[in-house]
Write a protein that binds this ligand. Structure first.
Ligand code: ZN
Length: 510
């Protein structure tokens, strides 16, 4: 193809992509509104509106014209990046568009519809089953959702394990074998650490459950967000039942939180968490903003950014050395006689528990490993849906040393399976691992994090994250990013080093 023909194909591809992203952002406005300010009676039509928008997005991705353009740019199933003489960003865009195009073509429309209906019925059935602690009531829907996910995996294709195709939706290019390897290594190290902590004297965190007026929580949280670099001209903080982050445009990222008057951690740490996601979304390089490349490269990398701000920064001693006097001043009744050391320990209390979303930094990944084991067994045919409650109890005993007395606190606790979201869970633990690897790289370049946090030099930290991680968006895959930044592959060791250093000191382990 001549140079001018090639550049014509590229500019048509870019324009095609630009309109696709505008459509998606329109969809996102409707979704954000649905979760925040929409009056309840609007729910029915909003579902219809979203259905129409999502079909438009799907059709545009599956369109023959996009396939032709990608082919003209040199893309094929064996060459996702297109012609080698194209600039690097265009090749990355071609890879993304081509992957989405293939997926949309491989999964028949009829199956997409059945998946959407099963997910909707599944959530209704799951909510009722969880409220009644009745797994049997959810089992038929669960079986259908597993069968449909299996069917979807077969349509998408995979090399080794059907679960590869499911995982790839959330963590592109990651394989079941790779996650298994890292999780196995992690489990071997985490289980003994958890038991050593359990044998140590326990910490008092009761004062975190005193009264924390919502308006003061909001003022304090907003101040911290501003200081770590949250730009109020490009983002908003609102309230929703479940905190989330959503990008509505090139210069518009929304985060939400939920205030609990009787528990300090609930809003503050979820705010930092969502701000971490939001800062990633706001940090894409100017050249890729508004294109499909302006997106998190994987959910694991996304989660590494939220957990970095929530845990590595927000649950560190240095951070509170800076902010605790202000916090104590803001909540004199709750915290007057609590010193900063006691506060730091309390927000880091480790306690093997039943519920994933309430888990601490040490036990959290074990909750994820449990779900990963059950999911992969479901899709390799080694486990039937009916056997899940027992398998859950057994794994919980083995990994966490606690056994749920009810299914509501066990196999029914998470929403993901009821929506057909198999393959999602591993990304939470991968986020912890990526965050630890990135933190070591950051410290190797900028020096120890603690003095930077104590002095409030967040701009320097954010600039590093921007340049090394955020700016690339999806132009670099998760694996490429980790290898660019750390010179290594995904590994569990840095995370374990981080946990041993931090919790070894808190719990005086030798
Ligand atoms: Zn998150």
């Amino acid at each position: 193809m001549s140079n001018s023909a090639a550049s014509k194909v590229l500019s048509e591809l870019r324009e095609y992509d630009r309109e696709l992203q505008l459509l998606k952002h329109g969809c996102a406005v409707l979704q954000w509104d649905q979760e925040t300010y929409m009056p309840p009676a609007a729910a029915e039509e909003r579902a219809e509106q979203l259905g129409v928008f999502e079909t438009l997005v799907h059709d545009r991705i599956a369109d023959d014209r996009l396939g032709e353009l990608l082919e003209l740019a040199g893309a094929s199933p064996n060459n996702l990046l297109g012609s080698e003489d194209l600039p690097y960003r265009d090749r990355a865009l071609i890879r993304l568009l081509f992957r989405e195009h293939l997926k949309a073509r491989r999964v028949p429309r009829d199956l997409v519809g059945r998946l959407a209906r099963a997910a909707s019925a599944g959530q209704t059935a799951w909510r009722a089953a969880r409220a009644e602690d009745d797994f049997a009531a959810f089992k038929p829907q669960l079986e259908e959702l597993v069968a449909l996910a299996q069917e979807r995996a077969e349509c998408l294709g995979y090399e080794e394990h059907p679960y590869d195709a499911l995982l790839d939706q959330y963590e592109p290019h990651m394989t079941t074998a790779e996650v298994s390897r890292v999780f196995h290594e992690l489990e071997q190290r985490l289980v003994p650490l958890v038991s050593r902590i359990a044998e140590a004297p326990q910490l008092d965190d009761t004062f975190l459950y005193r009264e924390f007026p919502e308006d003061i929580q909001e003022t304090f949280g907003a101040r911290v967000l501003r200081e770590i670099g949250w730009p109020s001209n490009r983002g908003r903080l609102d309230i929703s039942t479940h905190p989330f982050t959503i990008g509505l445009g090139r210069d518009d990222v929304r985060i939400t939180t939920r205030y609990d008057r009787g528990f300090f951690n609930a809003a503050f740490f979820s705010m930092l968490h969502e701000a971490g996601h939001g800062l990633y979304e706001l940090g894409f390089a100017d050249e890729i903003r508004g294109s499909m490349l302006a997106d998190g490269t994987s959910l694991g990398i996304h989660e590494s950014q939220s957990r970095f701000w929530e845990n590595v920064v927000g649950r560190s001693r240095a951070f509170w050395k800076r902010y605790y006097p202000a916090l104590q001043g803001a909540f004199p009744t709750a915290l007057a006689e609590i010193d900063y050391e006691a506060f730091y320990r309390a927000i880091n209390k480790v306690r093997p528990s039943l519920i994933r979303v309430e888990a601490d930094e040490v036990t959290y990944s074990l909750h994820v490993i449990l779900r990963f084991r059950l999911e992969t067994a479901l899709f390799s045919g080694d486990l039937a849906s009916a056997e899940l409650p027992d398998a859950w109890r057994e794994e919980s005993r083995r990994l966490l040393g606690v056994v749920p007395e009810s299914d509501a606190e066990g196999v029914l606790q998470d929403v993901h399976w009821s929506m057909g979201g198999f393959g999602y869970f591993p990304t939470y633990a991968l986020g912890n691992l990526f965050a630890a690897q990135f933190t070591e790289a950051l410290e190797a370049e900028l020096g120890p994090l603690a003095p930077l946090l104590e002095r409030g030099e967040f701009a320097e930290i954010l600039a590093w994250l921007r340049q090394r991680i955020h700016a690339h968006g999806s132009a670099r895959t998760a694996t490429e990013l980790v290898s660019d930044i750390t010179g290594r592959n995904l590994e569990g060791e840095p995370f374990m080093r981080y946990l041993h250093a931090k919790f070894g000191e808190i719990y005086a382990l030798d």
